[in-house]
Design a binder for this molecule. Structure first.
Ligand SMILES: [Zn+2]
Length: 119
């Protein structure tokens, strides 16, 4: 049972969503239940700008495919794109952390070398 408010997967028979606490309704059309799919567009955009450009861009490409494929009724393909977008968001996030860690280390080294140079 997929929560219609947040997309959280819940065990069938659960009355409330374990993710957001919303009431789960079982009388809906299954296609409507399936219509919510996270596209990870927002995190992909953020990661592209602040973390790692090429990896964020890959996440962005997959994220951009999700809605288009949903509209086209390609549920399986849309789901694959959604999962790929999530995966690449995490890869970009990890790469971003590594990048910024190295960046800060290099800045610190340059500052230390710079202060030694003045002495
Ligand atoms: Zn929920």
């Amino acid at each position: 049972m997929i929560c219609s408010s947040c997309g959280q997967a819940n065990a069938d028979g659960d009355r409330k969503c374990s993710g957001c606490g919303a009431e789960l309704s079982y009388d809906r059309n299954p296609t409507i239940q399936n219509s919510y799919l996270p596209n990870y567009l927002a995190p992909a955009v953020i990661l592209t700008f602040i973390c790692c450009m090429p990896l964020g861009a890959v996440a962005l490409i997959f994220a951009a495919q999700v809605n288009g494929r949903q509209i086209a009724g390609q549920w399986q393909e849309a789901k694959k794109s959604s999962e790929s977008a999530r995966l690449w968001c995490w890869i970009a996030f990890g790469a971003g952390i590594v990048f910024w860690t190295f960046y800060i280390i290099i800045i610190v080294i340059i500052m230390i070398l710079g202060s030694k140079g003045r002495m």
